[in-house]
Design a binder for this molecule. Sequence first.
Ligand code: SAM
Length: 214
Amino acid sequence: MFLTKTQMQTLAGSYHYGHHAKIIRDAKTISMLHEQTLSVLWQLAHAARGTILELGPYVGGSTAVIADAIQPGGRRLITVEMGGGYEAHPHLPSKDIIADLESNLERFGVRDAVTIVKGMNYAPETVEAVAGHLKGEKVGLLFIDSDFEFERYFSLYTPFLNNGSFLVFDDFESEGAPEKAALVKPFVERGIRDGFLHDLGVYPWGTWVGQFRL
Ligand SMILES: C[S@@+](CC[C@H](N)C(=O)[O-])C[C@H]1O[C@@H](n2cnc3c(N)ncnc32)[C@H](O)[C@@H]1O
């Protein structure tokens, strides 16, 4: 099923009230994303069929939101994180990203719904681990909020997508990371032009939302 931009706007607009408002507010305290983008993730994860794949959870803000949306349906979220620390981050410093991710997911009561794959997105063993966890199931929502090699990641994980799978790509536009947006934006615009990406709009702060066309 392909959504229209108007349907997407209606879904995305409800984050101050709906039943998911509290998790969005709470998860925002540990996320780099805007509340409306967290709401988009919640809505699309809730609507998606199959497993959800996230590249770049950091300490778990977006992860907690997605995991909340798929409970208690028994679906799973696979998230890929390279780990390490980021002590210089101005608002959300972390000495140990994976440890903080795990403890935040426990705190939000969603740890059981999430499979953490520790590794680099592009490493063959990471892609193999994701495939192993999927067990032949397709990815209904792919969320990429990682580093620069955007197009490479997209092509590595495309085989796991279905016609209509939801896509959320951060840094389509970015004042803070223009060099990243310089890679994401042209790729997305080409995908829309060539017909393999269906455009559902851009949400604050510059996150592109759409669907994959086979
Ligand atoms: C912008 S942060 C994610 C923010 C998070 N989604 C949130 O809601 O706040 C990007 C994350 O991707 C991870 N990352 C960056 N490059 C990676 C790579 N090549 N492989 C795996 N993880 C990577 C970083 O360690 C970091 O935790």
